[in-house]
Design a protein around this ligand. Structure first.
Ligand SMILES: [Zn+2]
Length: 227
């Protein structure tokens, strides 16, 4: 027999059922007996089961893009586990699996998971780039840039301006580190040559001889770096 909540009312003259959030509610007048309700419900069993199944698959579909997902971090696949917790936080275990926890009370859960994932990638990429910029500035006898920023770009991997501010595309977090290193050296070389002149490429080549390989990797795989 189906589980249901029975709601009786004086004004009601007919029996009705409602399926919402995979729960069944039966509305009935006071004069209809429990046995009559159960007997009537039996004839509706298939319809109720179908409604419940349809609603649960709709609920699943709403979460589907984020179920059993993986992302790439520095070229390595990282499985993501979506969890509920008292507050929004992430955690990476020894097998490098990433658990994203958000509060079950927040609205727009999918958007919140995505925002949390991007905060994770942002932090990872930022600390990697900070470390490498420091190393390469020493090698290139270059003063540290005035500012480092990670942001969303549609069509570029990095940028450099006259105020010595460098910015890098957040999607680089999914690229292998040897490719990120190339983008870093490319932008640091712009600190002396604000163009793509022969002198600029000479400087890039001096500190990153395989730059053509990295350029063609970005051309071939760049569009797959989104999530
Ligand atoms: Zn450039």
């Amino acid at each position: 027999m189906l589980d249901y909540t029975l709601k009786r009312s004086k004004r009601r003259t007919t029996v009705a059922i409602k399926v919402a959030e995979q729960k069944l509610t039966v509305y009935a007048p006071f004069y209809v007996s429990q046995t009559e309700i159960d007997g009537w419900l039996k004839t509706k069993q298939d319809w109720v089961a179908e409604q419940i199944a349809r609603q649960s698959s709709q609920a699943e579909r709403r979460q589907l893009p984020l179920v059993n997902a993986t992302i790439k971090l520095f070229g390595q696949s990282v499985p993501i586990i979506f969890a509920k917790g008292p507050k929004s936080t992430w955690q990476q275990d020894a097998q490098s699996r990433l658990t994203l926890s958000i509060s079950s009370r927040v609205k727009y859960q999918e958007a919140n998971y995505l925002a949390l994932l991007e905060r994770f990638l942002h932090e990872k990429l930022e600390s990697y780039i900070e470390m490498r910029v420091h190393d390469y500035c020493l090698q290139m006898t270059e003063d540290l840039p005035a500012k480092l920023k990670i942001q969303h770009y549609k069509r570029r991997w990095g940028s450099c301006n006259k105020r010595r501010e460098l910015a890098f595309n957040l999607h680089l977090a999914s690229a292998p580190t040897w490719v990120i290193d190339y983008v870093i050296i490319h932008e640091l070389a712009h600190l002396r040559h604000m163009n793509h002149s022969a002198k600029f490429w000479q400087r890039v080549c001096h500190f990153y001889p395989d730059y053509k390989k990295a350029e063609s990797w970005l051309k071939a795989n760049g569009s797959s770096l989104s999530w």
